[in-house]
Design a protein. Structure first.
Length: 226
């Protein structure tokens, strides 16, 4: 392929984002595993941190559908959906990485509402990619959420890494598919689909039972559409 001018830095990390990862490729890490990694200065793996920001609002959409609030995702440069976040720099912790990436991607002001360690939900290792993904979930007020959405338009990475900020539809329509289950049929970066599912249940925006129903509807649709 012709040299299209990627800097050595991008070329080096470009392999991490290749599409086609399977959920099973990501092994959940225990808190002991993570502690050991921290003691080793997070070596020998590459790390990335991503965060789900949400607000809670019980609402009847069009007076019909139970809506639980909104969670923030983004359309990424590579055409997949993901959470704000990115790769950890040398000398950073996963939490520092997340707060830096959020400033760059969504104009998040860490002095006002930084993510903290108790908002860490799960971490996963992809052995093939030698990559650890750290995932955090943060609740904000509706006002803060709307302000962050507006900020994204002025953030450094808008139009480069982040092509648009979106609200995940947290409701299901009468056919049991449109709304959240249909949203799951999109293409997601890394293990972002399973992070979304885990994050929404951890945030108590979905009960385990409602989530199981949504996953069944999504899987049924995928099976019948191929
Ligand atoms: O929201 C996400 N959840 C889980 N993994 C993600 C998400 N977004 C990107 N990834 C994965 O994380 C790795 C780092 O990608 P990312 O593009 O965020 O870093 P960068 O912005 O520093 O280049 C890639 O393997 C990518 O597939």
């Amino acid at each position: 392929m012709a040299d299209i001018g990627w800097g050595p830095l991008l070329a080096e990390s470009e392999g991490y984002g290749r599409l086609g990862d399977k959920t099973d490729d990501y092994k959940p890490l225990t808190s002991d595993d993570i502690e050991k990694l921290a003691e080793a200065g997070f070596k020998p793996h590459q790390h990335a941190s991503h965060g789900m920001i949400f607000f809670r609002k019980q609402n009847k959409l069009w007076d019909i559908y139970e809506q639980k609030g909104f969670a923030m995702m983004q359309m990424r440069f590579d055409g997949t959906l993901g959470f704000p976040g990115g790769l950890m720099d040398e000398g950073e912790t996963p939490l520092q990485c997340l707060n830096r990436e959020l400033r760059e991607e969504i104009g998040f002001d860490p002095t006002k509402h930084a993510f903290s360690d108790n908002e860490h939900i799960a971490s996963y290792l992809h052995e093939g990619k030698n990559l650890v993904l750290h995932f955090y979930v943060k609740e904000v007020s509706a006002e803060e959420y709307f302000a962050l959405e507006t900020n994204t338009l002025h953030a450094h990475e808008y139009g480069i890494e982040t092509l648009g900020i979106i609200r995940v539809p947290l409701f299901t329509m009468g056919d049991g598919l449109r709304g959240f289950p249909a949203f799951l049929t999109n293409n997601f970066a890394g293990n972002a689909r399973s992070q979304l599912i885990t994050g929404l249940v951890a945030a108590k925006l979905f009960t385990q039972e409602d989530m199981t129903k949504a996953i069944e509807a999504y899987k049924g649709f995928m099976k019948n559409s191929h």
